[in-house]
Design a protein around this ligand. Sequence first.
Ligand SMILES: [Zn+2]
Ligand SMILES: [Zn+2]
Length: 295
Amino acid sequence: MPLPQRFLTSVLLRREGELFLFDCGEGTQISLKKLNLKWKKISAIFISHTHADHVTGLPGILMLSSQVEREEPLYIYGPPRIKEYIEASIDVLDMYINYEIIVEEIGGAGAVHTRPGYEVRSFPLRHSKPCVGYVVEEELRPGIFFPEKALAKGVARGPLWSQLQNGSPVQNDRGEQVLPADVMGPKRPGSKFSFVTDTQYLDSVAGNVKDSDLFICEGMFTEELAESALEKKHLTAKQAATMAQDAEVKSMGLIHYSPRYTSKELDILLREAKEIFPNSFLTRERQIIEIQNQD
Ligand SMILES: [Zn+2]
Ligand SMILES: [Zn+2]
């Protein structure tokens, strides 16, 4: 349930000016408004499952998105019945929508949203109703360009350098062909972001979120309540940390805390997580986290 200082689960991801929303609990609109972003142009919304605490913010977001002009459709992905929920909301609430909404129901593992430069994939979680996790993974980035190698190969500084950097072979001043690989290092990984909530502990999660730069994961309970977590099909902070450790992610932010914990008591969740995975942190309302490209 939402608390006065703690809203329900939602994560906004910005990549090269494009916005993606992961889950949309009640009150998400207020947070977005306070962030002062141009959030009415979200490109795609990814829903983990249709429990109320993850979707009740959606109708408001859809309605308010109609306050701006947009040409591009809004894509919404989620497990079965997400379409029914959106269509019923639009119908019963007489929502005025001035843009196209494309809803795709997804089953489990696979690519759900592929665009130049990146791909969003889903994978199955185990909860009391169909639920999926998501990863956003960028394509490999070009390797580092070495000017001294280009000069040694007889390619003078100028437009030929950018052609090489863009992956095209060029001719040097002796009329010989110079390949990008002659003057550039190996391709480098892009960024990887992953989002996992709500689920019981599952070994398969680590493989899916492997090497993420940022892993946002449910950490609902302390170890003391591990049994009840399993029964309700939720994670403890320690289990989230175990997944982070197995997946060798760069950092993990806990989310989806049980309302039983006061803000102070959340430190126990963090302590338990850090014992397993030191690079853990507690996510907070409107916290902004920069995802650094790994080199
Ligand atoms: Zn749930
Ligand atoms: Zn939940």
